[in-house]
Design a protein. Structure first.
Length: 240
């Protein structure tokens, strides 16, 4: 069955969201959600290696968020997506103080021991094949799927951060105390990436949910968002 084949009756907006969250909870039975927390210095080399892999092939954050903006045909939603682009790309682009999420990710990686040169080399290298395929689908989806599905697909990751925002903030506070005890430098920069996403993703998830509720009102669009929800959950479980 393809994402364009509608086999379900049209659900009410609330029922549709409930059905998507039911898919998430079923997925968690096989891939339980785990809050990030650091217990030992022995974990730091593994974290650094994982972060280095995440930088391979460069960042695509602005690409798919930009595709969602270009693809959106509703003026009100385009303005909301533009606000999200500013959040992701950094308020510095419009005269504010908050930096971009890709830069926060680099600061986090450097705190775990990577050098700016290592990160730049990774960004210039070829991406892992599985990651490359995912990125291609990610950008293609946001370019060619109807905008309610492309924007609404953000509910997978950002919705997860919304569900566990309180637990994430507690874990960040615990890690901050651990880092202070270790005498780690630049603690704020080490944790700012996680802290930013635990906060701003709550608002982003609300936007994603609003788009789904208001615009995924046909059998085809509801089936597409269901299929994309499943695929993104599977992708996240394998890429993490």
């Amino acid at each position: 069955m393809t994402a364009t084949q509608a086999t379900h009756e049209v659900l009410s907006p609330d029922a549709l969201i409930e059905s998507l969250e039911a898919i998430r909870q079923e997925h968690y039975k096989k891939y339980p959600y785990r809050i990030k927390t650091i217990q030992s210095k022995d974990e730091l080399p593994g974290l650094a290696a994982s972060k280095l892999r995440s930088h391979s092939g460069g960042d695509i954050n602005h690409r798919f968020e930009g595709e969602r903006y270009i693809n959106c045909t509703d003026k009100a939603m385009r303005r909301k997506q533009l606000r999200k682009l500013v959040d992701e790309g950094g308020e510095v682009v419009v005269g504010g103080t908050k930096v971009s999420h890709p830069l926060l990710a680099k600061w986090e990686s450097q705190s775990f021991g990577l050098t700016p040169e290592e990160i730049e080399d990774a960004e210039r290298s070829d991406a892992d094949p599985a990651v490359l395929i995912w990125r291609g689908w990610h950008v293609s989806r946001d370019r060619f799927y109807p905008f309610p599905v492309s924007i609404g697909s953000g509910l997978v990751g950002e919705g997860e951060n919304r569900l566990f925002a309180e637990q994430q903030m507690l874990a960040i506070e615990n890690d901050a105390e651990t880092f202070r005890n270790w005498g780690m430098p630049h603690i704020e920069e080490a944790l700012l990436n996680r802290k930013e996403h635990a906060g701003i993703d709550v608002e982003h998830a609300e936007f994603n949910e609003r788009v789904i509720k208001e615009y995924c009102t046909t059998p085809r669009l509801q089936e597409q968002i269901r299929q994309v929800f499943i695929l993104r959950l599977q992708q996240r479980a394998r890429i993490k």
